[in-house]
Design a protein around this ligand. Structure first.
Ligand SMILES: Nc1ncnc2c1ncn2[C@@H]1O[C@H](COP(=O)(O)OP(=O)(O)OP(=O)(O)O)[C@@H](O)[C@H]1O
Ligand SMILES: [Mg+2]
Length: 252
């Protein structure tokens, strides 16, 4: 993205300092413990991946960060602010945007309308138009389809739209839930290149991915989640070289 308009609001912490800090986070669905006390940190400017099998608790973690789910224990701090005291809307205002699993775009609305809905925290017309331009710069395919009904986009294009819509809020931190899910390899590549550009422009990213190979290629560090617990964590290169990871997640 262009840097004419900085991400808003700019975090108080500096690049390389902890932006998101999750400590001892526990989440239950009724009697089922989905997260059993996880610790996770993302420093400003990093791409960090969270990998793990179906049902490990990855989506639960992201949803709890943005307050879509309540925590039963532990804490989540973003740029020094306790997120437990915020509403879902306030987490967006604080600078966090979630691209949910399954994309959740509005199929009956056009691409442009979907994008504009993402800018609900700033309604200035000129600023919104420039943000749309930035998103189109990132995903030229969306630019060619502004008036198309979103429901008629291909799966990959819908994922681009979902990411674009989240970027419309000009987040300082982007949470991505399985951006590669069900998408053709060629579009997956384009999406990850775009994500890398978003990161290069200064946006911090927490990436949930079942495609471990892809996640470890783009992220600097990763956490391996297993049935609600962090089983392993470290630099992506180290995890990629780990035999257990290769066997369980890389088909090696
Ligand atoms: N609304 C819910 N009600 C009850 N249990 C739930 C609910 N949502 C998730 N769970 C359970 O919580 C656990 C963690 O689910 P979660 O969606 O976080 O996993 P995940 O790591 O994102 O998996 P996937 O890779 O399949 O998306 C699973 O056992 C799941 O069945
Ligand atoms: Mg999930």
């Amino acid at each position: 993205m262009k840097t004419v308009h900085p991400t808003r609001p700019e975090p108080k912490c500096k690049t390389g300092e902890v932006l998101l800090s999750i400590q001892g986070l526990a989440v239950s669905y009724g009697g089922i413990k989905a997260l059993k006390g996880i610790d996770l940190e993302v420093k400003r400017g990093e791409i960090v991946a969270m990998i793990g099998a179906n049902g490990a608790g990855k989506s639960t973690t992201l949803k709890t960060v943005v307050r879509l789910l309540p925590a039963s224990g532990g804490s989540i701090h973003y740029d020094g602010q306790n997120l437990a005291q915020k509403s879902v809307e306030e987490t967006v205002e604080a600078g966090i945007s979630l691209v949910p699993e399954g994309r959740a775009i509005f199929g009956g609305l056009t691409v442009k309308e979907n994008l504009e809905l993402g800018a609900f925290n700033h309604k200035n017309k000129a600023f919104m138009a420039e943000t749309v331009e930035d998103v189109v710069g990132l995903f030229p395919r969306l630019g060619e389809r502004m008036k198309q009904e979103a429901g008629t986009l291909s799966g990959g294009e819908q994922q681009m739209l979902a990411i674009g819509r989240a970027l419309m809020a000009r987040p300082a931190m982007l949470l991505l839930d399985e951006p590669s899910l069900g998408i053709a390899p060629k579009l997956v590549q384009q999406i990850f290149e775009a994500v890398a550009r978003v990161a290069a422009s200064g946006t911090t990213i927490l990436l949930v991915e079942q495609n471990t190979r892809l996640a470890l290629r783009y992220a600097k560090r990763a956490y391996v989640l297993r049935t609600g617990e962090i089983a392993m964590s470290g630099p992506s290169a180290e995890l990629a070289a780990n035999e257990e990871i290769q066997r369980a997640y890389l088909g090696g």
